[in-house]
Design a protein around this ligand. Structure first.
Ligand code: ADP
Ligand code: MG
Length: 208
């Protein structure tokens, strides 16, 4: 099984559905250490991405993800819009067709590079990087040992969820939450939480 155009579309639709379902949780997390708009930011962005995809004759899975990224950048004002937007554009640009596990690992890694280039966050800064980094590492390690795409994506989703949970004791050093200083400790980062959703929905899209 390869990462093809139907899978790319299914992934974006699954993200939109998951964001809608988890919107209030993401908002709650962002209310604790931010301004409470992370859920609505992503809901607006991925709803717009679905509309954009409806009118698109995609030239491949990369084009689907690139279009999604461009839409997120133009529709989401918060920090997460440009960060996720750049990530999806980088993944889309890096994704060959057809893409097997190793190629998908490299594309996801390009997404992480784009996030880090724009946001300048290091692992441990309590951001989406803290879920994305272990997810890419797990995906790559699985691919290197011959895992299938569903297996590699499941490993990445588990790692992203652990990474998100591991943000709880961290003090935020980037973004709005960093204004709270030590008061950001003890809360799970909203962006790391939504990154875990991205990887979980990828794994689910590969098994349904
Ligand atoms: P805003 O902070 O502008 O309200 P959101 O609420 O949509 O935007 O997104 C907040 C999330 O963005 C944070 O939980 C954090 O994970 C992520 N974030 C903020 N700044 C950065 C950064 N510089 N690098 C990576 N992620 C970041
Ligand atoms: Mg916010």
């Amino acid at each position: 099984m390869d990462f093809d155009t139907p899978l790319a579309e299914a992934w974006v639709r699954a993200i939109a559905a998951a964001v809608e379902k988890e919107q209030s949780r993401l908002t709650e997390l962002d209310s604790a250490i931010g301004d409470g708009d992370h859920g609505s930011n992503l809901h607006r962005g991925f709803t717009a991405a679905l509309t954009a995809l409806d009118g698109l004759e995609p030239a491949g899975p990369g084009a689907v993800l690139t279009k999604t990224g461009t839409t997120l950048i133009s529709k989401v004002g918060g920090a997460s819009g440009p960060l996720y937007g750049k990530a999806f554009r980088a993944i889309g640009t890096a994704l060959p067709e057809p893409a097997g596990p190793a190629a998908v690992a490299e594309a996801l890694s390009a997404g992480l590079d784009a996030v880090r280039l724009l946001g300048k966050a290091e692992p441990g800064d309590k951001t989406i990087v803290d879920a994305w980094t272990p997810a890419v590492a797990a995906f790559r390690a699985a691919a290197a040992t011959g895992a299938t795409l569903p297996e590699a994506a499941a490993a990445a989703a588990d790692a992203a969820e652990q990474g998100a949970r591991d943000t709880v004791p961290l003090q935020a050093r980037k973004g709005r939450a960093s204004y709270l200083g030590e008061r950001s400790i003890g809360h799970q980062d909203p962006g790391a939480t939504s990154t875990a959703l991205l990887f979980r929905t990828l794994a689910e899209s590969l098994t349904t």
